[in-house]
Design a binder for this molecule. Structure first.
Ligand code: COA
Length: 265
């Protein structure tokens, strides 16, 4: 399945279960206008529909990337602020939609990842970057700040000093420094980037999908609640996983010394 929306391209690989959403406004460095925000959500919904005809879980992981040579996403479209300010609609924002999407979403960052582009990457489950990439929050130069939680996310990942440094200076930092600070998961040499991301994503897509989804839910709970409540929540998720066919398959495969085949059931 390949489908194009106005500002995103969507692909699904039914061998691996990996979906790809490509932000496709390369002439504007994939800056987020209202259409692109809507199309990211529409693209993810389109991928999720792959599960409807499947037995178990067809969609195992999603890669979010930017078209063109220069950017993942250069942030909010500077031309369109007043017309599509955050929170104007009752629909979930694309940030919320990614955060709550049941399947892991991997931000594949090759180039500039700035402002709302960095917040989009932070809403994803993983950030993988090429070594030439740069991240930052330039909003302060426009008299505003990252309005979709950028300071909150970076504070949780890297601490308040790094969050304030990024948001108050507006400076770009290298992917390597961002990885040292815990903002990016992995940085790869430019010539290894494509293969390394493919390998990471394909491995992730081969894991038991219901366990992966439970881990995403557990991690989301961990940042919102106290330890006792979080551990109790994990207990429920764990009890549910124990009942799944995939758990039986994983245990059988281990006993028979073969690779498991998980279906998401
Ligand atoms: N919104 C709208 N258009 C943008 C954009 C944005 N956030 N960022 C880049 N573009 C456009 C540029 O206007 C330019 O368009 P043009 O070719 O029609 O003139 C094109 O993308 C290429 O950008 P350019 O600035 O020429 O590339 P560069 O390599 O010199 O610089 C950046 C790249 C990312 C450093 C620079 O574009 C930049 O600082 N962008 C703004 C980032 C920002 O402030 N984002 C947060 C907004 S809250």
């Amino acid at each position: 399945m390949d489908e194009d929306f106005d500002t995103v391209m969507v692909e699904f690989d039914d061998e691996t279960g990996v979906g790809t959403v490509t932000m496709n406004r390369p002439d504007a460095l994939n800056a987020l206008n209202g259409q692109l925000r809507d199309d990211i959500v529409a693209g993810l919904r389109r991928l999720e529909a792959e599960n409807e005809a499947a037995e178990g879980v067809a969609l195992r992981a999603v890669v979010l990337e930017g078209a063109g040579e220069k950017a993942f996403c250069a942030g909010a479209d500077v031309g369109g602020f007043s017309s599509d300010s955050a929170g104007a609609s009752s629909e979930p924002s694309h940030y919320e939609f990614i955060r709550e999407f049941p399947v892991p979403v991997i931000a594949k960052i090759d180039g500039y990842c700035l402002g709302g582009g960095l917040e989009t990457a932070l809403a994803c489950d993983f950030r993988l970057a090429s070594e030439g990439s740069a991240v930052g929050f330039p909003e302060v130069n426009l008299g505003i700040f990252p309005g979709a939680g950028g300071v909150q996310y970076v504070t949780k990942l890297a601490g308040p000093a790094v969050a304030k440094e990024l948001a108050m200076t507006g400076d770009h930092i290298s992917a390597e420094r961002a990885a040292d600070e815990g903002i990016i998961n992995h940085v790869y040499a430019d010539d290894e980037f494509e293969d390394a991301v493919d390998e990471f994503v394909t491995d992730l897509a081969g894991q038991a999908p219901l366990a992966i989804q439970a881990i995403k839910q557990s991690a989301a709970m961990a940042v919102q609640t106290g330890l006792n409540e979080g551990v109790a929540y994990d207990g429920q998720l764990f009890a549910e996983l124990l009942q799944t066919d995939d758990h039986a398959e994983g245990a059988a495969a281990f006993g028979e010394d073969r690779d498991p085949e998980f279906q998401g059931k």
